[in-house]
Write a protein that binds this ligand. Structure first.
Ligand SMILES: Nc1ncnc2c1ncn2[C@@H]1O[C@H](COP(=O)(O)OP(=O)(O)O)[C@@H](O)[C@H]1O
Ligand SMILES: O=C(CO)[C@@H](O)[C@H](O)COP(=O)(O)O
Length: 538
């Protein structure tokens, strides 16, 4: 007699989840299994793997007016390359139950009339970038590093009754990189392109559209980074829309909760990569909201992402929007919010000092950092090579132990420590203003490229006088996207579905940390205020 088939639940189909992250410098993918273990990973770096687009750090700096863009089609081409790399690494897409993703925040993609139809008719035997070459009404997408929209920002704030009023409505005062002012600039300066645009996506909803085979909705969490969303009613604010562009509501489509299943995978993905046609697509979100999901941030924790930009985020039950920092709708829980601070002078500034003081080597950088004492003999440095976001200042500032401004420090090791201490002192000052309570035992969770560097993390632990943890997986946004794919498909409370944590202890603070850094925080705060005042007068 033939063996009876095992009951269906004893031999279930394997269920895996795919998470993607379209960040500034690269696109990454992670596959996890149902036990949340990472089974496959791959990445495509824009500068190295797609040199034909001539990006530097994934972007093109247009002129000295602060215009920073990326070629939209480069992201499209990178996706096919990434999927091929994952396949070569052994990923079996036919076992993927759900896909979700994340992307650098605020950047915008402009789809020409008819693009939705093209997305629905993509042929599996041709590359995406060949078929989508003509669907964008702007070929270059403005990205978060763009700072060319000051004029549009002031107009938006005036239209809404001032910066504080706009912050109370949308979670943030007007910021140059936020999508509302970016769209307003296109509306004012590129009328024809604007009128030809059928849909405006964020980078996240654009990437989701490539999986869905039609325009994907913007999710509420990434949508909070646009200065257009009323974060209380969770709908577009008509006043903000009217201040930024004509018929803008229609071009954006309705926003959705970040964990919504927005459809199933496109026939292109089925034909080319063997996905099952019922693979669910969960709304994509911003990389910072996805990191919050990946790090499983709990109330009282502080997450610090040390990527191209440095960002700092925390869970908030009650949002109190201020002129400094941002409030986003939570990507994982109804009714909750997240607070976020963003620094443009993150990894790129660390790389500059590494190149000028450490022969371009992270090892030498770490050795110099370890050689100098905590507190750096009283020297404090503030390095804003690029116009900073938090606070809006620019330039290099160095102070000695008697608070005198100096042109340079005595040695490379003092310079390296001044940079890292200065970056974390700034974060502590601003995090406390956003509601973070230093020293009451919350975890500091570090992620992003520089979280591989133990010497840097030790300074983080000391400045915050807190234990620092890192993820066993390098990219928390990508991992968070895979987690969100599972959560979106399963439904229910995020914390009940995503229980597994890959956190590992990285550094404990030294016993003298509080004594050394609490007075330095106060000195830093005074220097920062005086620089802000000086630059206001210019
Ligand atoms: N050992 C290291 N020490 C300090 N920084 C590092 C180290 N390794 C990589 N990085 C930094 O990490 C950055 C990339 O971070 P990542 O989080 O991957 O970027 P993205 O913002 O594109 O997601 C690089 O620009 C590099 O400066
Ligand atoms: O602008 C912000 C957040 O407000 C940036 O954090 C972008 O989201 C870019 O992210 P990375 O590529 O640096 O991860």
């Amino acid at each position: 007699m033939a063996d009876a088939e095992p009951p269906a639940d004893m031999n279930p189909e394997p269920k895996n989840y795919l998470g993607l992250d379209f960040s500034t410098q690269q696109v990454k993918g992670i596959v996890i299994n149902d036990r949340l273990e990472v089974t496959h990973e791959a990445a495509v770096q824009f500068d190295n793997d797609l040199p034909e687009y001539r990006t530097h750090g994934g972007v093109q700096v247009r002129d000295d007016g602060g215009i920073v863009t990326s070629p939209t089609i480069m992201w499209v081409k990178a996706l096919d390359m990434l999927m091929d790399k994952l396949r070569v690494a052994g990923a079996d897409f036919s076992t993927i139950a759900a896909v979700s993703g994340s992307a650098q925040q605020h950047g915008s993609v402009y789809w020409r009339g008819g693009a939705n139809k093209t997305l629905g008719e993509l042929q599996g035997d041709r590359f995406l970038h060949d078929q989508l070459a003509l669907v964008f009404s702007l070929t270059d997408s403005p990205v978060w590093m763009d700072s060319s929209t000051t004029h549009q920002c002031r107009h938006l704030e005036e239209a809404l009754g001032g910066p504080q009023k706009l912050a109370e409505l949308t979670g943030s005062r007007a910021y140059e990189r936020f999508t509302g002012s970016q769209i307003a600039k296109v509306y004012q300066n590129r009328k024809e392109a604007y009128n030809n645009t059928e849909r405006i996506s964020l980078v996240s909803s654009f990437a989701c559209s490539l999986f869905l085979g039609k325009y994907a909705p913007i999710d509420l969490s990434d949508g909070s980074g646009m200065n257009l969303l009323d974060i209380t009613t969770k709908t577009w604010s008509q006043q903000c829309l009217d201040a930024c562009g004509g018929s803008l509501g229609e071009k954006l489509g309705d926003p959705v909760v970040s964990w919504k299943v927005v459809g199933s995978v496109s026939s292109y993905m089925v034909d080319r990569y063997t996905f099952s046609p019922d693979t669910a697509i969960v709304a994509f979100t911003g990389d910072n909201p996805a990191s919050l999901a990946g790090l499983c941030v709990e109330s009282g924790d502080l997450a610090v992402s040390l990527g191209t930009s440095d960002t700092l985020f925390l869970w908030l039950d009650t949002p109190r929007p201020r002129i400094e920092g941002h409030i986003f709708v939570s990507p994982i829980q109804e009714g909750a919010y997240m607070g976020l601070l963003c620094y443009k002078n993150g990894s790129l500034t660390r790389e500059r000092i590494r190149d000028s003081c450490c022969e371009g080597s992270w090892d030498i950088f770490s050795q110099l950092l370890d050689m100098t004492p905590r507190g750096n003999f009283g020297n404090i440095g503030m390095y804003y090579h690029l116009p900073e976001i938090t606070p809006g200042v620019e330039g290099l500032y160095r102070f000695n132990k008697t608070d005198e401004a100096v042109g340079r420090f005595a040695s490379n090791e003092v310079e390296v420590r001044a940079l890292i201490e200065g970056q974390f002192l700034a974060k502590r000052v601003h995090a406390e203003r956003l509601g973070f309570a230093t020293g009451i035992g919350g975890k500091v969770l570090a992620t992003g490229g520089a979280s591989n560097n133990k010497a840097i993390l030790q300074v983080l632990a000391d400045v915050f006088n807190a234990t620092v943890y890192t993820l066993d997986v390098a990219n928390s946004a990508c991992l968070g996207s895979a987690y969100r794919a599972k959560h979106g498909l399963a439904g229910g409370r995020y914390q009940d579905i995503i229980k597994n944590q890959l956190l590992k202890l990285a550094c404990k603070p030294n016993s003298d940390a509080n004594e050394i850094y609490t007075p330095m925080v106060m000195r830093f705060q005074a220097f920062e205020s005086s620089i802000v005042e000086q630059q206001k007068k210019k």
